[in-house]
Design a protein around this ligand. Structure first.
Ligand code: AMP
Length: 418
């Protein structure tokens, strides 16, 4: 249901796009002199692993192939660095880069792909000095050193010592100020971004700079705080914002509804009320009219659909209801472009997946330009096997949210100007 009363038309010319568009002023990999050079490439190979340490999804590696192939063609000596998981500054055997090394060898059967058990120090330097053109060396997880996350300049200097040129192709970590994504930059004269970063930023920025209209933003998931920043930036730019998922309950609360035991963020109620009161922008905001509630998320015994006026005090809202799906799909039917971040319910559980699945199906079967903002929405689209029907699925959850919030991306800002 519509919960505000915008009086003006959307006017996106007032939007400050400087952070989103900054990458255009920075050097792209093809602007760099990488021929015959030692090139340190920050990639994001933070891939999912199963219990046996086997990679369950290799796309993060596959996504960097355009950059790696370009560097091989340029006869570079490629030094790859990526974090994996959260070892918290200690060596964690299960978070070594070995499974990724194995996968890289499969991707490049004709190329020598080496791996070394640290990312700084004498041994690493010696290995790098022996690296030949068109060879690849994968460094060990830099998060084994606490200095990585602390963005320690001495640690960054040791990393930088390994190469002549720096390329950032880790879009998913572009919002992080760590030694291998940010600190390292100040030690390089030649530094730019790779093909994956280019693709992500081009898609995300053009969807905001020149949206096809009507432009609808779908927001879900449960972290209200993160998503409110997106609303702040896109209000007045999007024609419609549809709010589902866990965050919808804080909106319902702000409108005075009872939400039982559903997730909420009380610290954000006033901010939400301000958005709803503000009539000076042209964005229509919709929240659910009915929801699916249960008694317990893990082992639900009672599940029912209720209008939002009838959520009981022990109910937990876990999905949008059929009326809401209809209303949301009606708005989508009028839209030419959609940006979606965050699932409509606890889609990981079969009982609560319907809302997310139905919205995904509607978009997949339509001609609407659909951009999936990464993270859990991307996982949901893949779960329902609609990934090939979307215009673009971002590989960066947090980073794509930052782009949509209009926030700076430190790992891009620190690259060389053209
Ligand atoms: P976020 O990281 O904010 O995009 O949140 C994603 C998570 O939100 C997913 O794991 C969903 O299971 C969860 N989620 C979606 N809807 C709800 C809900 N109604 N209650 C609790 N969690 C939810």
């Amino acid at each position: 249901m519509l919960i505000n009363n915008p009086t003006k038309k959307v006017d996106y010319t007032v939007r400050d796009l400087s952070n989103i568009l900054k990458f255009r002023e920075k050097k792209f990999i093809t602007d760099l002199d990488v021929f015959n050079k030692r090139v340190l490439v920050r990639v994001d190979y933070n891939v999912p692993l199963d219990k046996n340490g086997k990679i369950t999804d290799t796309r993060r590696i596959a996504n960097t192939l355009p950059t790696l192939n370009y560097l091989l063609k340029e006869k570079s000596k490629i030094i790859l660095i990526s974090h994996l998981g959260r070892p918290n500054g200690k060596i964690v055997e299960s978070l070594r880069m070995d499974p990724i090394h194995k996968k890289l060898k499969e991707f490049f059967p004709e190329t020598n792909v080496y791996k070394i058990d640290d990312c700084i120090g004498k041994e690493v330097e010696s290995k790098v000095s022996k690296l030949k053109n068109k060879e690849i060396l994968l460094l060990e997880n830099p998060r084994f050193h606490k200095e990585e996350k602390e963005n320690d300049p001495k640690f960054a200097a040791k990393l930088a010592k390994l190469a002549d040129v720096y390329v950032d192709d880790a879009f998913a970590t572009a919002h992080r100020k760590q030694a291998s994504t940010y600190g390292v930059c100040s030690f390089f004269k030649e530094k730019g971004y790779g093909f994956l970063v280019e693709k992500e930023l081009k898609f995300l920025s053009s969807s905001i700079e020149k949206p096809q209209r009507p432009f609808t933003v779908i927001l879900g998931g449960k972290k209200v705080k993160d998503k409110l920043g997106v609303i702040k930036n896109l209000i007045g730019l999007a024609d419609n914002i549809l709010i589902g998922g866990g965050m919808a309950y804080t909106f319902l609360l702000a409108k005075g509804y009872q939400i039982g035991k559903s997730v909420k963020d009380l610290s954000k109620l006033e901010e939400i009320r301000d958005y709803l009161r503000d009539e000076t922008h042209g964005t229509r905001i919709f929240i659910p009219k009915d929801v699916l509630v249960c008694d317990e998320i893990e082992n639900p015994k009672k599940i029912k659909i209720v209008p939002v006026t009838e959520i009981g005090e022990n109910d937990i809202g876990v999905d949008i209801g059929p009326e809401t799906i209809k209303i949301f799909n009606r708005i989508l039917a009028e839209s030419k472009q959609v940006v979606w971040n965050g699932p409509m319910g606890v889609f990981e559980k079969k009982e609560f997946e319907n809302g997310t699945k139905e919205i995904a199906r509607y978009l997949a079967e339509s001609d609407i330009v659909t951009i999936i903002g990464g993270g859990d929405s991307a996982a949901a689209i893949e779960k329902f096997d609609y990934q090939d029907n979307m215009s673009f699925i971002s590989t960066g959850g947090g980073a794509s949210l930052e782009v949509m919030r209009g926030a700076p991306l430190p790992a891009i800002d620190c690259l060389s100007d053209k």
